[in-house]
Design a binder for this molecule. Structure first.
Ligand SMILES: *Cc1c(COP(=O)(O)O)cnc(C)c1O
Length: 486
């Protein structure tokens, strides 16, 4: 990447220069428009807009876009995020004028097509998750969690159980305990064992008459399958609790294992992860939630149903937890996921999970020795390794390795998550990467392993090839200054 800073578009500005000059409206129209605004909202001076030609604007934004790191340009092994390739076909379908021109306030009779897409995707997800009903309303994984935990809350209130504690493993994604608290529960932490899986003794110790449920992901955030999951489900159900499944890691098992069969009562999945929608930079997303039969009355409103006569309509479930958004779900993401589901089919989804797992294990098996494997030789769709020894012996941190990877042309994997393993990397290559790409990444990791001995300074001072060098992370987060220099 060219490290020279680009000028701001304001610095390219020349007074009077224009791209397109629309004809000016007559003075009385302009006055009428101005006066239609309340006095205090009217501009006193013209806005300080950059004045550039169309070509300058095009070049400026094209250059800027090339400074972005994206899945379309490079390998993006960010653990827990499933940065897979998003097929162009999905984009084409989501951009079809018949979908794009829809308005959420249109009558049901006029939007039968998109309602059918919602309904068909709900139906397609049921057999993948092994549960009774699916809602597409939540607009993110975290909102799916909130939906699911609010459903669990509503269920316990409805049954007068007085249960208000939720168990969360120490390796959980930060959104899990945050969600439990937001939904009105108290959180109890369950410990992981030496093998990176939930410790059954710790689980037993934390279960009691107040237990409303447990939040788990499987495979868990260490990239490991919870092999005792059926026993976990038995213990939690026996104690009167419900099981919530954080489906962010579905890519590892879709088509091979189903959360419903493991004993989960509520599941969210991230369409933007497993079902391929671009999601770098935080959105938009969709976090469908699936529930078992006893929880269907609590689903959010509105819910899309199909009548016997084949008409699609919105329904308000009997004991609904209410609305999550102004309208219904993120249609653009749902369309992409429908296109992806139809193009993959059941067989395709299974092969996604198989290859995601194969790729992660290939990387794990070929990483240089300094990247230690805390939990053995096999993983699911993401691999966890740690440089805790190098940190102790040579003072090289996971952070330094991550920064050096940027110099070598790769997005860094997730680092320092899960918190359970010090100095760790969580590497998720996904199924869409070729062996050649994985080999190039491994070559970079080998180079870094050599540099730890031969040139540790190149790690400590990295990155040197990017427009911005190493920031003081604390000030960068706390003293944010995003002003341009005008
Ligand atoms: C991504 C992720 C979430 C949150 O999902 P968003 O769609 O980003 O809100 C929750 N849990 C895990 C394990 C995740 O990886």
């Amino acid at each position: 990447m060219d490290p020279t800073p680009l000028p701001l578009i304001h610095e390219l500005s020349t007074p009077g220069r224009r791209g397109v000059l629309p004809p000016s409206a007559p003075e009385e129209e302009r006055r009428a428009a101005r006066e239609s605004l309340p006095e205090h909202l009217r501009r006193r001076e013209p806005a300080a807009l950059p004045e550039v030609s169309e070509l300058e604007a095009v070049r400026h934004f094209t250059r800027l876009s090339q400074r972005n790191y994206s899945i379309d340009g490079q390998f993006y092994p960010l653990g827990s995020c499933t940065m897979k390739y998003n097929p162009r076909l999905n984009e084409k379908i989501a951009a079809m004028p018949a979908f794009q021109g829809l308005h959420p306030r249109q009558e049901e009779a006029d939007i039968q097509g998109i309602l059918r897409v919602y309904h068909d995707l709900q139906e397609a997800l049921k057999p993948v998750l092994g549960l009774e009903e699916v809602t597409l309303a939540p607009a993110a994984g975290a909102q799916g969690e909130f939906t699911g935990m609010s459903i669990i809350k509503a269920y316990h209130e409805d049954h007068g159980t007085g249960r208000d504690e939720v168990l969360v493993p120490d390796a959980a994604h930060g959104t899990n305990p945050a969600t439990a608290v937001l939904a009105g529960f108290k959180v109890r932490e369950v410990k992981s064992g030496q093998d990176g899986r939930i410790d059954l003794d710790s689980l037993r110790e934390n279960l009691n008459g107040k237990t409303a449920g447990i939040m788990l992901t499987n495979p868990n955030t260490c990239g490991l399958f919870e092999k005792d999951i059926v026993e976990v489900a038995r213990l939690v159900h026996e104690a009167g609790g419900l099981l919530y499944y954080d489906g962010a890691n579905l890519n590892a098992i879709a088509g091979r294992a189903r959360p419903g069969d493991m004993g989960f009562d509520v599941v969210h999945i991230n369409l933007h992860k497993t079902f391929s929608t671009p999601h770098g930079g935080g959105g938009p997303g969709a976090g469908p939630v699936a529930v078992s039969a006893r929880l269907t009355p609590y689903l959010p409103a509105p819910h899309v149903i199909r009548s016997d006569g084949g008409r699609y309509s919105f329904l308000t479930p009997e004991k609904t937890i209410g609305k999550l958004l102004g309208f219904h779900g993120n249609a653009g993401v749902i369309l992409r996921a429908m296109a992806y589901t139809l193009s993959q089919g059941g067989e395709g989804l299974r092969s996604v999970a198989d290859h995601a797992t194969l790729n992660a294990n290939y990387v794990l098996s070929r990483l240089p020795e300094v990247f230690e494997r805390p939990f053995g030789d096999l993983c699911k769709h993401e691999a966890i390794v740690t440089v805790r020894k190098a940190q102790k012996e040579k003072g090289i941190k996971a952070f330094d390795v991550a920064k050096r990877l940027l110099d070598l042309g790769f997005h860094a994997p997730t680092i320092y998550f899960p918190l359970l393993v010090p100095e760790c990397f969580l590497i998720e290559p996904t199924e869409t990467e070729s062996k050649e790409t994985l080999d190039r990444f491994l070559a970079a990791m080998e180079q870094i392993a050599r540099e730890m001995d031969e040139d540790p300074e190149s790690l400590r001072s990295a990155p040197v090839s990017l427009p911005t060098g190493r920031l003081d992370e604390a000030s960068a987060a706390r003293e944010l200054n995003v002003c341009c220099r005008i």
